[in-house]
Design a protein around this ligand. Structure first.
Ligand code: PGA
Length: 251
């Protein structure tokens, strides 16, 4: 049995006042005892990790970072290491998000180094893959996903330290989602890749999240798709009520 994860990626949103949203989320989860069927994770901007970790210390909701530098420390102005994220109270870090690939030119090789850094610090890594619209139109989706997986998963991946998130880039923040058949095709492909390239034992247990315009209204349908073991949620994770509605897909 794979325990799914519903993860919220706040991106560059949130200031100190946003603790009210986290307090509401914590109350909702506790009240409805929504922690049994899935793990719940919030990845706020780095500036809020400490505050959120403090509020959530006695709740089942975990905290993650959105990226990390590959080095442990050093002369890297403005960067934050995986060790620093861990030190703030996070248990997870996202690597390879398409916005990092696009805004910061991150390549598969960089993502492999960041993933290794996350593991070095003792964080679980949510590694994102996904095709651009042009790649989908050119029928290159599985080729792109295979290349990203091959080049960005370091040696040593296990079901404990790695989670894959499939996020078609054209579905992020657009309100568009692939058909459930298309999602199943990609998730089944990723499962097969993990079994063949990591090991049968770990590969069948690694969680594969779907991300891209997940909302309370479509969560149940998306989470029921073959080999979908949870969601990575952007916009709809910012409001506690919406995020709670997505978590409810697992009730
Ligand atoms: P979205 O973002 O839910 O706003 O589409 C998903 C993501 O980027 O992780």
């Amino acid at each position: 049995m794979i325990k799914p994860i519903v993860a919220g990626n706040w991106k560059m949103n949130g200031v100190s006042q946003s603790v009210t949203e986290i307090n509401t989320l914590k109350a909702n989860i506790t009240e409805n005892d929504q922690s049994n069927n899935c793990e719940i994770l919030i990845c706020p901007p780095a500036t809020l990790i400490t505050a959120f970790a403090h509020i959530l210390s006695n709740s089942p909701i975990e905290i993650g970072g959105q990226t990390c530098h590959h080095a442990e420390k050093g002369a890297h102005t403005g960067d934050i290491s995986a060790e620093m994220i861990k030190d703030c109270g996070a248990k997870y870090v996202i690597t390879g998000h398409s916005e990092r690939r696009m805004d910061h030119g991150e390549m598969d090789r960089d993502i492999a180094l960041k993933t290794e850094a996350g593991w070095r610090a003792g964080l679980k890594v949510i590694l994102c893959v996904g095709e651009l619209l042009g790649e989908r139109k050119a029928d290159l989706t599985l080729k792109v996903i295979e290349r990203q997986l091959k080049n960005s998963i370091p040696d040593g991946a296990t079901a404990e330290n790695l989670i894959i998130a499939y996020e078609p880039v054209w579905a992020i923040g657009t309100g568009l989602t692939p058909t459930t058949e298309d999602i199943a095709k990609v998730h089944d492909f990723i499962r097969k890749f993990l079994i063949e390239n990591i090991s049968a034992e770990e590969g069948k247990k690694i969680r594969i999240l779907y991300g891209g315009s997940v909302k309370p209204a479509n969560a149940k349908e998306l989470m029921a798709v073959s080999n979908v073991n949870g969601a990575l949620v952007g916009g709809a994770s910012l409001k506690a009520e919406d995020f709670t509605g997505i978590i409810a897909a697992y009730q």
